[in-house]
Design a protein around this ligand. Structure first.
Ligand SMILES: Cc1ncc(C[n+]2csc(CCOP(=O)(O)OP(=O)(O)O)c2C)c(N)n1
Length: 560
């Protein structure tokens, strides 16, 4: 009888799932797994840090719609993955993460490189498993992919003790269908609830739709566009929902929330019906809940019933996949054919209170930088960001017109996310132009992955929005801590261009606004990785802003 190892079973199971790419980093407890991978056609991307691997897997999942797969070793390998796992959980990205574990005979003895991965990841995973019997491996892998990708997507961890991955076993055929009685996500909408929403739309005078990433995860932008064109309801977006609806559409009123547009926030304040499709009512979006959407009846379409009514009272709850709900809504009859006065009123806000920036006086303003990146990429690039001011300027100024081109860490707000996520995005979509817009602070958290874009000649363009500070922290200290810039100024920086060159990558430094356009164009044209260290005005702030604890109507910095 043929004998194989647990690792062989694992690789076979991954092939059955159609896995084409794995991001990871080896170590003692996963050596048997890496050995089984050695002659296998599945592509492995060796990042230079486990955090790079998991953010790359998130970028891959975000763009491809397929689960990102990660390998890491036990102990420090696994703990280095923790931030990315939590990030994927918050932003509903499907990941299947395999961690090595010490042998079962020493679990619980503080053995070398032992960490309680199950305990550590329990609150930040959709589900986790420790494999205790080799025979269970194929079933667990199958279940892990099922759980990660169905219902509300999320990360699943599979912890594999070394003896299980290394020991020989008689080859196991697993043809059983998945049987998880406790996990039956509901994806189809209740038609009575849908009808209730249709009636509410027909009665509303000032309806508004809030788009979230749920539309993007469901790949439902076409159905959504049809819904808006049919109902003529104006649309605002969350940070993560950008691109679900074209920013240039006449009914698009931009991003809402802390750094959203005044028009979008006032639309929420004044709406009489708020239809949330696939968004969490996150505090960065709602501001003070006591003041949130006071005039509105709230409808919420979400695949995760736990999100509905969690923060905001929701008389019209619809538990459903966004696409299925929209398809059903698109079949309905709408008696109101436009909300002209309401839309005109919002247009007045939009024209009177656009995003504004201070005069650069020859220096590059971050806003100019983002607008130029939009122009030079025709607004069609996949754009990833880190977290901070540059992230908010990108959200405000890039003008996402296409779905699934925007990759950012929204829920957890993870610095160091943007660059490795760009690697995963580029691997998921080799033909797309991928631009990673990063802060000089965040980039320094994961820049070792420059080795990866060099090794695989990934034509990712890295644009450092270099204000020589931890900009968003500096801004809060200016606004809320009387300019006490405690540990937010970072005067000592590497020479980023030389650093790129040290990895064998082209680097440009741009300081003058007159050179920016040309330099960007040159970099974007090259079919190789390029880093652009763009020096921007350091004292620029992201405006307008809803200060913490304030309502959306109390937005500050609306005008210069
Ligand atoms: C891992 C992590 N640590 C700390 C923070 C808190 N934080 C949020 S924004 C920010 C500053 C980011 O600075 P930079 O990367 O230079 O971007 P900028 O805001 O200047 O555009 C910090 C420290 C975070 N979000 N993530």
């Amino acid at each position: 009888m043929e004998t194989v190892t647990g690792s062989d079973l694992l690789i076979e199971a991954l092939q059955k799932e159609g896995v084409e790419i794995i991001f990871g980093y080896p170590g003692g407890a996963v050596l048997p797994i890496y050995d089984a991978l050695y002659k296998n056609p599945i592509r492995h991307i060796l990042t230079r840090h486990e955090q790079g691997a998991i953010h790359a897997a998130e970028g891959y999942a975000r763009i491809s719609g397929k689960p990102g797969v990660v390998f890491g070793t036990s102990g420090p390998g696994a703990t280095n993955l923790v931030t990315g796992i939590a990030d994927a959980m918050m932003d509903s990205l499907p990941l299947v993460v395999f961690t090595g574990q010490v042998g079962q005979n020493v679990i619980g003895t503080d053995a070398f490189q032992e960490a309680d991965v199950i305990g550590i990841t329990m609150p930040i995973t959709k589900h986790n498993y420790q494999v205790t019997k080799i025979e269970d491996l194929p079933r667990i892998v199958k279940e892990a992919f099922h759980i990660a990708t169905t219902g509300r997507p999320g990360p699943v961890v599979v912890d594999i003790p070394k003896n299980i991955s290394a020991d020989p076993v008689v080859s196991i055929q697993d043809d059983e269908p998945i049987n998880l009685p406790g996990y039956q996500p509901n994806v189809t909408p209740n038609l009575l609830q849908v009808q209730k929403l249709v009636e509410a739309i027909n009665q509303a005078k000032r309806p508004l739709i809030l788009t979230g990433a749920g539309i993007l995860h469901a790949r439902a932008s076409d159905a959504f566009l049809e819904f808006v064109n049919q109902t003529k309801i104006p649309v605002v977006s969350t940070l993560l929902g950008l691109g679900a609806f074209p920013a240039s559409h006449p009914l698009a009123f931009g991003m809402a929330g802390m750094h959203g547009s005044y028009a979008a926030n006032m639309a929420i304040c004044e709406a009489d019906l708020l239809i949330n499709i696939g968004a969490r009512f996150d505090d960065r979006l709602t501001g003070s809940l006591a003041h949130f959407a006071k005039e509105a009846v709230v409808a919420h379409i979400d695949i995760d019933p736990a999100e509905i009514g969690k923060n905001v009272k929701t008389p019209i709850p619809i538990v459903s996949d966004a696409r299925l709900a929209l398809e059903s809504l698109n079949k309905a009859e709408y008696t109101t054919h436009s909300f002209e006065d309401w839309v005109a009123h919002l247009k007045d806000y939009q024209e009177a209170f656009p995003y504004w920036e201070t005069e650069g006086h020859g220096a590059i303003t971050p806003q100019t930088l983002i607008k130029l990146i939009h122009e030079k990429t025709n607004g069609e690039a996949i754009v990833t960001t880190d977290v901070g001011q540059h992230q908010m300027w990108t959200a405000q100024y890039y003008g996402f017109n296409q779905p699934n081109k925007w990759v950012t860490s929204g829920g957890l707000g993870t610095m160091g996310f943007g660059f490795p996520a760009a690697i995963g995005a580029q691997l998921a979509s080799p033909k797309d132009q991928v631009v990673a817009i990063v802060g000089d602070g965040g980039f320094q958290m994961t820049l070792q992955e420059l080795a990866v874009i060099k090794e695989f000649n990934l034509p990712v363009k890295i644009v450092i929005c270099n204000n020589q500070t931890l900009g968003m922290v500096r801004q809060w200290q200016e606004s809320f801590y009387e300019k006490r810039y405690s540990e937010s100024l970072i005067p000592v920086q590497p020479d980023f261009v030389k650093l790129a060159e040290a990895y064998g990558i082209k680097g440009f430094k741009v300081e003058d606004v007159t050179e920016l356009s040309q330099q960007l164009e040159t970099a974007l044209r090259l079919s190789e990785p390029v880093l652009i260290d763009c020096r921007v005005r350091g004292e620029e702030n992201v405006t307008p802003m809803v200060a913490p604890g304030k309502g959306l109507h109390q937005m500050e910095g609306v005008t210069p």
